[in-house]
Design a protein around this ligand. Sequence first.
Ligand code: MTE
Length: 315
Amino acid sequence: MLIKEKSTILSSEITDKAIFLNRRKIIKAAAGLSITSLLPNTATAEKAKKYAQVPSGPYSANLQVTSIEDATNYTNYYEFSTNKKDSTILARPLKTSPWTITIEGEAEKTGEFNLEDILKNNPLEERIYRFRCVEAWSMVVPWIGFPLGAMLQQFKPTAKAKFAEFTTLYNPEVMIGQRGKSLDWPYVEALRIDEAMHPLAFIATGMYDEDLPKQNGAPLRLVVPWKYGFKSIKAIVKIRFSETMPATAWNKMAAGEYGFYANVNPHVPHPRWSQSRERILGASIFTPKRKTELFNGYGEQVASLYTGMDLKKHF
Ligand code: MTE
């Protein structure tokens, strides 16, 4: 095949091509094809097609992937706003590169690490997970990232490390929600070390084949698919290995409403609402609510972590 060098292509030829493509668009439109097939960016169209299919596999439970518009414009990010629609715009000024993560506590390798270096040691993969918010809505998201446990092992936690505690950036100048008292800042979440090492626990740096949007927790966040969404802390700047159970932001705020474990459990109602059903994000108001599953449907993989525990007490 003869490939023309850039400089030998005449501008008139480029114009011709544009007219040709435009004509093709018009013909396609006339043929009644969907709007996505007319998108100029073929990658976008490919992606829309990829996620339009109901994914099968160990994590997705054959549910439709939530639209990228819904997953990125209906977010919980109290550092910016308690309104689910506002963080898309309010998070824009947040600088997410360069980014460092401080490792503290019961580990052999502690100190400050560049996210770039962490990324070099942790190859990215895609995981399509169900995600259940404590506020009784759910979605299915294709996350890009790597297993949390593999990353934690690189810091060589000692035998005394019984919990992993995660902290979000504190920067009230940019994170304007931190100027108020909706939570005791900074946002802190934690997992028991065996939960953190479980192969399903994931660090996301992207979603829908793109970098993670700021409102969804860029540059990196936790995703713990068998627990209510508030465990999945965003914009992590610190990880501390500890011997004792850390105090977490939501638990400190209302221990009777937000337990440390926060496992998805249809049999334990939130004091102010039932957890037996969930609204599927983006579904029409006529779509019946979905039955909530114990451990968000991941019981086969994670139930053994809680053998012998009374999950009504340790909710
Ligand atoms: N992390 C931080 N730092 N701040 C938050 O307000 N909200 C949590 C969790 N992580 C939150 C957070 C809650 S309540 C939920 S449901 C999920 O993020 C929502 O994730 P999403 O906005 O990407 O859907």
